[in-house]
Design a protein around this ligand. Structure first.
Ligand SMILES: [Zn+2]
Length: 314
């Protein structure tokens, strides 16, 4: 069953807090919603994290051919992108973001964000997309969604979060940008202007220009993410679907409003500059998100958040 991009099936057993300090265990079976992901052990999750690191580390060089092919298709915009092509575009944009901020060198944090992200994404309209979640090391408060399921959150944003439910809401917002293909829509829209000219040039000059198109698409996505932002309508949609996803995954959606309050208190600070330029104001977002939240049911998991994000005091 699916409505508004949210899958309604709930895992029968709900979320069960793991025992994060015990090595070799972790977020097991019932903590991960998708049946496909059940049985994911800490070891498997760690492998996922390591492979995500590897893939994110040198994206452009590794996938150059595939990326330029995907870029060409996106540019011509004559048909829907395949999931693989969409991911290829996502890799270009992700590589660009990683040139701006490095990955946080904290495997435990990367792993935790990946586990929570996958839990929420399992309830999205695109549960089988190969989702990648990663933490960027910067005081800047922000999170980014690239096409194809590459999601980033900064350590500066994590600093403002007080529970797993809040993290689920923030990641839900970014997951929604990806499932609703907000960035891709902008890429297509911008390219329609010069599509004919670019296609002709590509045919004439071969692969050099397809590289240029990859560059062009990443520039456009980067500009949307860092300077101009998406439309207010897309941001509202991401907020709405984000809280619905968090709730569907078993989290208390109201916690996302607390996070928006934290953003509101920080407004005007240097570390908020990009987020403020690219998103509606936090007070505004609180106003339209609040009515979407029903009761206060669902898990907050503040202790699990602390256990995974704060250094063990042993
Ligand atoms: Zn957004």
């Amino acid at each position: 069953m699916e409505r508004n991009g949210i899958r309604r099936e709930r895992p029968s057993s709900g979320l069960r807090p793991p025992s994060p300090r015990t090595r070799g265990e972790g977020l097991q079976t019932s903590a991960v919603a998708s049946p496909a992901r059940r049985g994911m052990t800490l070891a498997a999750a760690l492998l996922f994290t390591v492979s995500a690191h590897a893939q994110l580390g040198d994206l452009w060089n590794k996938h150059k051919d595939k990326i330029t092919k995907g870029a060409k298709v996106a540019q011509s915009a004559t048909r829907e992108l395949t999931e693989a092509e969409e991911a290829d575009i996502g890799r270009v944009v992700a590589a660009r973001i990683l040139q701006t901020y490095p990955l946080a060198k904290n495997d435990r944090l990367q792993q935790y964000v990946t586990l929570v992200g996958n839990t929420v994404a399992a309830y999205s309209a695109r549960p089988t997309l190969e989702w990648h979640f990663a933490v960027l090391e910067t005081d800047v408060v922000n999170a980014f969604s690239c096409p194809g399921g590459f999601i980033f959150i900064t350590t500066g944003a994590l600093e403002q979060i007080e529970s797993e439910a809040e993290l689920a809401g923030v990641l839900g917002h970014e997951i929604a940008h990806a499932t609703q293909k907000h960035i891709l829509k902008e890429v297509k829209r911008a390219n329609t202007i010069s599509a004919a000219q670019d296609l002709a040039a590509t045919t004439a000059s071969g692969s050099f220009l397809t590289d240029e198109l990859g560059e062009k698409i990443s520039n456009l996505a980067y500009e949307k993410l860092f300077t101009t932002g998406l439309s207010r309508r897309d941001e509202e949609e991401a907020d709405r679907i984000g809280v619905e996803l968090a709730a569907a995954a078993g989290y208390r959606a109201a916690e996302f409003v607390r996070f928006l309050g934290a953003l509101e208190a920080l407004e005007g600070e240097a570390q908020m500059r990009v987020l403020t330029a690219t998103h509606p104001g936090a007070a505004d977002r609180k106003k339209y998100v609040q009515p979407l939240i029903g009761d206060k049911s669902g898990e907050v998991l503040a202790e699990r958040w602390s256990a995974w994000t704060q250094p063990a005091s042993e």
